[in-house]
Design a protein around this ligand. Sequence first.
Ligand code: FE
Length: 213
Amino acid sequence: MSHDPAGSHDHPHPRQPDIEDGPLTHHMALTEAVAALLQKKGVITGEELRRTLEDIDSRSPADGARVVARAWVDPAYRERLLEDVNTAAAELGIDTGNIPIRAVESTDTVHQLVVCTLCSCYPRMLIGLPPDWYKARAYRSRAVREPRAVLREFGLTLPDHVEVRVHDSTADMRYLVLPRRPGGTQGWSEERLAAIVTRDCMVGTAVPVATGG
Ligand code: FE
């Protein structure tokens, strides 16, 4: 198939279903009703709602990566992070809202993995929106039953002596994996360290690797 740099749309497009094509689910109807009611009662304006959504959507794994990199280079900060993620993130100017986030630390002998078995609870205000696989039933059910097999499918094979701990997120408690700092990163700047801390490293489906020049 040839690519048309001019961008003319004369080739056939596959039909992509619109969200509105399906019937309104119970939760969609409930969400719309509550949003309309909150605005009608003057609790929140449409502009405030829009701005809140925009703020949530603007969050990215780069925020969480800054927190992890700081914890790697500053032992006192690491202690504060393990004590209270929300407060520690605020130190770096990251407002994570009022849902508590707990840091779980991976070590030589323990690997931490995060899931929400019920739905898609995720530390969005610190690492952005969850990937599709995090919300998929296969991940939600299998991560607790056979975490090692799931991790292998993500390309991560853990030695037998490493214990896997799986954390089930809820609406009231979110988890951030504090990954192990990889070898070969001595003397790296915080910025360079943050660049190797990807989203998946903070969920536990990957581990940081010392790469890049
Ligand atoms: Fe959830």
